[in-house]
Design a protein. Structure first.
Length: 284
């Protein structure tokens, strides 16, 4: 019994260090309020929180040779992935990248807080992904997806939209939000191994009454109180794909799912209907 209790206490306190990567230009914005609410709620439960305020630090969004201090290996044909891998090994990445990598290495949970821009993150945050998640540090050919380097870390997208929820439904004019989220949650976060928590979506805060916005922030605060215990989204395990055959789904996986109604994920349909809420809810 004592062992059980000790394990439970350890589990409850397992995630303590939180990095919030935040991208909004204005401290009066709803995104700022969401970020501030998170800092407050997480600190109140004993977490240590660091914030990377990307506009405030004027984070450089473009991946260029200036990201390496000193000479690059091949200036005639500069290849960002290979050059930054070498620079990371030799401690020659620029100070801003090294600082973000330090915070990322430190964190148990990373929250990306941003307004949706053109169905994805703002350019400054895309720049963070491009420049911080470098080859060798964040992924390798062998260490990605289920074997990804950050498999001990949790991550969450928390964002606002201009669109109403119905516009991002399966029948909505923008298409299914699960599809919109797939490149970010699978292609970046799960690719690097992160355990991905369901996203926090603040639908159209500019177009709802003030009380509704306050309710959204209260809902966020309440969610964060239990965030450390939340289940994560499911992705198809890497061993379902055959590395000898171009990482295609193995025939036996096809067979196992022959009679199922839905595809495996928002990305792997098996010629079937997309599983409902695949990228929005854990445990579906
Ligand atoms: C380049 C670009 C591309 C875009 N692409 C898309 C897209 O693809 N899809 C899409 O859906 N949308 C898109 N949008 C819209 C964008 O996502 C929204 O404008 C944004 O998400 C709104 O969030 P905000 O924090 O900027 O809101 P704000 O306008 O800053 O805030 C909304 C309201 O909340 C109020 N507020 C601030 N703090 C609090 C508080 N503490 N309590 C209560 N209320 C508060 C503010 O006063 C304001 O009235 C795009 C916008 C741009 C500029």
């Amino acid at each position: 019994m004592l062992l059980f209790l000790l394990r439970r206490v350890k589990m409850l306190h397992a995630v303590k260090k939180v990095l919030i990567v935040y991208a909004h230009q204005s401290s009066g914005s709803f995104n700022a309020a969401a970020k501030d609410t998170a800092v407050e709620a997480l600190k109140a439960q004993g977490c240590t929180v660091e914030v990377s305020d990307l506009y405030a630090i004027k984070f450089k969004a473009t991946a260029t040779a200036e990201d390496i201090t000193g000479d690059v290996k091949n200036a005639d044909h500069f290849r960002y992935a290979e050059e930054t891998k070498l620079a990371w090994e030799e401690g020659k990445l620029s100070a801003d990248i090294a600082e973000e990598q330090r915070k990322l290495t430190w964190a148990d949970l990373v929250i990306f807080q941003f307004p949706m821009y053109w169905f994805t993150v703002p350019a400054i945050m895309k720049g963070w992904f491009d420049r911080v998640l470098t080859l060798g540090y964040a992924f390798t050919q062998e260490k990605r997806y289920s074997q990804g380097l950050f498999k001990g870390k949790k991550v969450m997208l928390s964002f606002t939209t201009g669109s109403q929820e119905s516009m991002f439904s399966a029948d909505g004019i923008n298409g299914d939000m699960n599809v919109t989220l797939w490149p970010l949650q699978n292609g970046i976060l799960h690719y690097c191994g992160f355990q991905v928590l369901a996203p926090q979506i603040f639908w159209a805060p500019s177009h709802v009454p003030s009380e509704a916005r306050s309710a959204m922030l209260e809902g966020w605060r309440t969610r964060l109180q239990g965030v450390m215990q939340e289940k994560t989204l499911s992705f198809t395990p890497s061993d379902c794909f055959d590395g000898e055959k171009g990482f295609q789904l193995k025939p036996e996986v096809h067979e196992q799912h022959a009679a199922t109604e839905y595809g495996l994920t928002a990305g792997i349909h098996l010629g079937k209907v997309l599983p409902p809420n695949d990228q929005m809810k854990a445990g579906v």
